[in-house]
Design a binder for this molecule. Structure first.
Ligand SMILES: Cc1cc2nc3c(=O)[nH]c(=O)nc-3n(C[C@H](O)[C@H](O)[C@H](O)COP(=O)(O)O)c2cc1C
Length: 165
């Protein structure tokens, strides 16, 4: 199949067959306030130094916060946290939504925000960014990590899944 016949819709459908976990990328948007964005583009890039990449839509609100702050948290969601994934993919953010959904943040010593109760966390400093089509790829050097308990929330063929479903 030549690339000329690959429509965006077909490309999305094909890439949907690549099962992923789900993360929420968090950035301090103003002192003490957090903006989060659901993202499944997280990839492990390098062990020496420790690098990850995320791809951020040019249209997203997160982009300008990330370009300014140049550091971000990644919370890998567990299988009880689908509502958080939906919220950070679509919802209006703020104290009301945080209270309704029971969203709590924790901060690293270097003031990188993370979601409490996630399956795992990474705190990263941006070391490079590359414009790539309608997204920007950010390379983040990993400053700290931690592991929680539970099973991952998965995304496959446009649907949330768990290891059992
Ligand atoms: C499962 C899933 C994965 C997503 N992954 C990404 C991603 O990797 N990068 C991205 O820019 N948007 C991704 N999105 C879309 C954003 O979460 C969505 O456009 C969000 O509203 C943009 O955030 P913001 O404008 O509030 O910053 C994903 C959405 C879902 C549901």
């Amino acid at each position: 199949m030549s690339s000329a016949s690959v429509t965006a819709e077909l490309f999305r459908r094909v890439m949907g067959h690549f099962a992923t976990g789900i993360t929420v990328v968090t950035v301090e948007r103003e002192p003490g306030k957090v903006h989060g964005m659901t993202a499944n583009s997280l990839a492990s890039v390098s062990l020496q130094p420790l690098l990850v990449s995320i791809c951020v839509d040019e249209e997203s609100r997160l982009l300008s916060f990330l370009k300014t702050q140049r550091r971000f948290g990644v919370s890998i969601l567990n299988d009880t946290q689908q509502a958080l994934s939906e919220h950070f993919a679509t919802g209006e953010q703020g104290p009301d939504a945080d209270a309704r959904l029971g969203i709590r943040y924790r901060w690293t010593e270097s003031r990188i925000p993370l979601l409490e109760d996630a399956l795992a966390h990474l705190a990263c400093n941006v070391v490079a960014e590359y414009s790539a089509g309608d997204h920007t790829i950010f390379l983040g050097e990993v400053e700290s990590v931690d592991l929680g308990e539970g099973q991952p929330l998965l995304f496959y063929r446009g649907q949330y899944r768990t290891l059992q479903s």
